[in-house]
Write a protein that binds this ligand. Structure first.
Ligand SMILES: C[S@@+](CC[C@H](N)C(=O)[O-])C[C@H]1O[C@@H](n2cnc3c(N)ncnc32)[C@H](O)[C@@H]1O
Length: 281
């Protein structure tokens, strides 16, 4: 079933949840992001991706867009122009996730819905797909795209990936495409993924990471955050977070060095696609 507007009110993440405590907040000299910076990052991310949703139709006609580079021709045929035009991912998680007929899939940061629509085709009418995004304009676009595609097994929900509006142990497969890098609370995101997955369930996530810490000015730049760069974690820390959350059978499915940009630190950026499982009980 496809939901329509309105999407409801987004509950702000509580102060407690939004930060690990005094150690990471309020110290102006700290390299950690402060609450004020976190708020401005969230606002900048919502502003940027809301604007991207508005440009989706126009972007659809551009050449060399993310969709052309990341998705197969067969996948692209399933999409509306606007779903393709809003694509802002760094991988093709559905292409390698091997979603099965009847499964429940949840996409973190679903944007214009591209990976949800592709997953919906894989799981078929007996399965279901839930897209979560915190940007109302993206959800509106995703919902319009779902109507155009006459999709019957996708639902879009307003929500934060750090506080997923989904019950425990209810999802077979969590996917995400270039979104966790936008969160300063990655441990919390992985613990939420763990909570909502069924025992034995898995995630397949594409994301941006680095092979060494980024310069402070890059980490603190809202512009770099919104382009999924400023918040990118060091890959070894990222993998450790996943392991410490309790996931097992962690497997790197793809790790491609990013290209482009002249600054030295840009050569440390990696497009990662990772799979891991919640242990079966
Ligand atoms: C880079 S885009 C990727 C969209 C989509 N996954 C794709 O591949 O086209 C990031 C999306 O994640 C959403 N987002 C970013 N941070 C989020 C958060 N903390 N909670 C929920 N959604 C978030 C943004 O609104 C945006 O739609």
């Amino acid at each position: 079933m496809t939901t329509n507007k309105p999407f409801g009110t987004l509950t702000p993440i509580s102060e407690e949840a939004a930060c690990c405590g005094d150690d990471c907040c309020g110290d102006g000299e700290s390299t950690e992001i402060t609450h004020a910076q976190l708020d401005s990052i969230t606002a900048a991310v919502q502003h940027e991706y809301g604007a991207l949703a508005d440009r989706a139709g126009e972007r659809a006609s551009q050449t060399n867009k993310a969709t052309d580079r990341l998705y197969t021709e067969e996948q692209r045929e399933v999409l509306t122009d606007e779903a393709a035009g809003a694509s802002a991912g760094c991988g093709n998680p559905v292409g390698i996730a091997d979603a099965k007929t009847g499964e429940t899939v949840l996409d973190l940061g679903s944007g214009g819905g591209i990976d949800c629509f592709l997953a919906a085709k894989e799981v078929g009418p007996t399965g279901s797909v839930i897209g979560i995004d915190m940007t109302p304009r993206m959800l509106e676009l995703a919902s319009t795209n779902a109507e155009k595609l006459e999709t019957t097994n996708v639902v879009f929900k307003l929500g934060h990936i750090e506080q997923i509006p989904q019950e425990d142990d209810s999802v077979d497969l969590v996917i995400s495409n270039c979104v966790i890098a936008l969160s300063e609370q990655k441990e919390r995101v992985f613990s939420e993924i763990f909570r909502i997955l069924k025992p034995g369930g898995r995630f397949v996530i594409s994301d941006i990471v680095t092979d060494k810490p980024l310069p402070d000015d890059v980490r603190k730049s809202a512009a770099e955050w919104v382009s999924c760069v400023g918040g990118a974690a060091v890959m070894s820390d990222y993998l450790a977070m996943v392991e410490e959350t309790g996931f097992d059978k962690i497997e790197i499915l793809e790790d491609r060095k990013s290209t482009g940009g002249t600054e030295e630190w840009r050569s440390s950026m990696i497009n990662l696609t990772l799979r891991a499982f919640k242990p079966a009980e």
